[in-house]
Design a binder for this molecule. Structure first.
Ligand code: RP5
Length: 171
């Protein structure tokens, strides 16, 4: 089993898209965990509201570009993940970015309540959601790639091993 972060990068299979540059501090958590797992990714700004034509072009072309999973993050009236899911058969993992006005509840509710027929995976609000989107993308890829599966198992085992049995004053 390979150590996390030591395996060579595989072909780019995960797209990370976000509605704004301001989403990047959150969405880079997905990029970081994919880096740790040796999974190449491509990050782009694609806004449902400000660049709708770019969003359509990306969503319709994502499969032909070779992507297998799309991670889409947006905040506020966060239509991006659902709109992309409407235009591709690829799995779309939505990350609700924490908004200033409503702390991300608006983002969460905008992404999660899709009508039947257009599934959009919905993760937690903020950085935890972005990290978990990366891990979930790896799990999806790992069903068809033993190397990815092995690196994901090792990554998770390392986190399990890091949990102490007893608390200490030092933290
Ligand atoms: C959404 O509007 C973006 O996903 C972002 O979370 C939010 C605010 O964008 P900015 O005004 O910071 O560019 O479309």
């Amino acid at each position: 089993m390979a150590e996390p972060g030591t395996a060579p990068k595989v072909a780019p299979k995960v797209a990370i898209v976000m509605g704004s540059q301001s989403d990047w501090p959150t969405m880079q958590c997905a990029a970081h965990v994919l880096d740790e797992l040796g999974i190449a990714h491509d990050a782009r700004i694609v806004s449902a509201h400000r660049t709708p034509d770019r969003m359509v072009e990306f969503a319709k072309g994502a499969a032909d570009e070779g992507f297998k999973v799309i991670i889409a993050g947006a905040g506020g009236a966060a239509h991006l993940p659902g709109m992309i899911a409407a235009m591709t058969h690829l799995p779309v993992l939505g990350v609700p970015v924490q908004s200033k006005a409503l702390s991300g509840m608006d983002s969460l509710l905008s992404i999660v309540q899709m009508p039947a027929g257009i599934p959009t995976g919905t993760l937690a609000i903020g950085e935890a959601g972005a990290t978990n989107a990366g891990l979930l993308a790896a799990a999806i890829l790992g069903t068809a790639d033993d190397g990815v599966a092995d690196r994901l198992k090792a990554w998770r085992a390392a986190r399990t091993d890091a949990v102490k049995h007893y608390p200490s004053d030092e933290g």
